[in-house]
Design a protein around this ligand. Structure first.
Ligand SMILES: Nc1nc2c(c(=O)[nH]1)N[C@H]1C(S)=C(S)[C@@H](COP(=O)(O)O)O[C@H]1N2
Ligand SMILES: [Mo]
Length: 381
């Protein structure tokens, strides 16, 4: 062995990268996109952590240390020994569960691709999506045990994190208060058997950044519905409308109704159909475009367009759990120079991921729910 090899295998021992690299001197090489997103601006660096660029999300499951993390208020450090989850409100049997009690309920698992509804809505925010194997107790079973009353409309999920909110800002009626992070869901949606009171992520205890000791995992919903650092679950006979339901996380579209313009405001909720080119790899002069596709219904096809060419069918990986993204790839023989790669997903109901020029995207005035087709730039030498 050369001295350099000894150093490498010593420092990288156990990762498995070294031996593979030496066994295949011309292993696949990732060609980074030439349109790298700008850095997260300083004022957003507490809110957004751990954004991993697309080129580095190279496994079906996103490892915990590459998973993004969003926190709108503080990032609570919770002591698992004293933590309790209250189940209260319009229920006949209010309860308070310790982590050990929660873990005595049957352990359920779901693999779910979690995407922030702001993903691709801002220049620096281009990979706020990850796929993990989540484990915990069934939310529906806990709610059934608490006996939700017939008059209840919604279930509200409260996190331990808090922050100052202001209504009627700058008017004589201005009111500031200390709010908890919270989101609500209609009873029927809360009863989805896939929903978890989750305490485990990819076989490890939930990391602090992702909600330790317990978070809601709501497959089929955007990240915002997946409340972290859970402390309280409350059934209510009213509509819950806080900042994250009715003010901030609102998609505003200018639509034409009977020929008249109408501003339509909707709360961000369910996941939308989407795909993204993840990376281009090259091996011995042969190129492959790889990406991911996800959405509320199973993916039936992904198509790829290079520059202004025709749409081409990508090869889909085997389908896995209905809630996780599906890998796709397309072999490519590029000419040297700058190229644009665009992908679009199609689901089993025939929905097509909209083009940026589609009215559903053009009419949208806020940055949430940006599920339009994504184009990336690459330079081939
Ligand atoms: N308590 C709490 N839960 C929260 C948030 C938050 O700020 N506080 N952010 C939400 C948003 S906007 C997203 S996109 C997801 C991100 O989950 P992650 O941090 O595990 O990636 O958490 C959601 N759950
Ligand atoms: Mo989000």
């Amino acid at each position: 062995m050369q001295r350099r090899d000894v150093l490498l295998s010593g420092s990288l021992a156990g990762i498995g990268v070294v031996s593979r690299a030496f066994a295949q001197p011309s292993g696949p090489k990732v060609i980074p996109w030439s349109d790298q997103p700008p850095a997260v601006p300083p004022q957003a660096q507490n809110v957004i952590k751990g954004l991993t660029r697309w080129e580095d999300l190279d496994t079906q499951i996103t490892p915990n240390d590459k998973f993004f993390s969003i926190a709108h208020y503080n990032r609570p450090q919770i002591d698992a020994k004293t933590w309790q989850l209250d189940v209260s409100g319009e229920v006949s049997k209010p309860t308070s569960l310790t982590l050990d009690q929660l873990k005595t309920a049957p352990r359920r698992e779901v693999t779910f691709t979690l995407e922030c509804s702001g993903d691709n809505g801002l220049p620096f925010f281009q990979s706020a999506v990850g796929n993990a194997r989540w484990a915990g107790a069934s939310l529906a079973e806990i709610l059934k045990a608490a006996q939700v009353k017939g008059n209840a409309l919604e279930v509200v999920f409260y996190g331990a994190d808090r922050g100052e909110e202001t209504v009627r800002s700058g008017t004589p009626l201005e009111y500031k208060f200390n709010a908890s992070f919270a989101r609500s869901m209609p009873i029927a949606d809360a009863m989805n058997p896939a929903n978890l009171l989750c305490y485990e992520m990819n076989g490890a205890p939930l990391p602090a950044a992702n909600g330790f000791p317990c978070r809601l995992v709501a497959p089929g919903w955007y990240g915002i519905a997946n409340v972290k650092w859970l402390t309280r679950i409350e059934a209510t006979d009213q509509r819950f409308l806080n900042r994250f339901m009715g003010r901030d996380y609102v998609t505003i579209r200018e639509e034409q109704h009977n020929g008249k313009p109408v501003m339509v405001e909707t709360s961000v909720g369910r996941l939308l159909l989407k795909s993204a080119p993840a990376r281009v790899i090259e091996r011995d002069g042969r190129y492959q475009i790889q990406g991911m596709a996800w959405g509320p219904r199973p993916i039936s096809a992904v198509e790829v367009k290079i520059d202004q060419g025709a749409w081409m069918r990508a090869k889909l990986a085997e389908p896995r759990s209905p809630y996780e993204w599906r890998a796709w790839s397309l072999d490519w023989s590029p000419t040297p120079g700058e190229h644009t790669i665009t992908s679009r997903a199609i689901d089993t109901s025939g929905h097509v991921q909209p083009a940026p020029s589609d009215s559903v995207i053009v009419s949208k005035k806020t940055y949430w729910e940006s599920n339009g087709q994504i184009s990336r730039q690459i330079r081939i030498t």
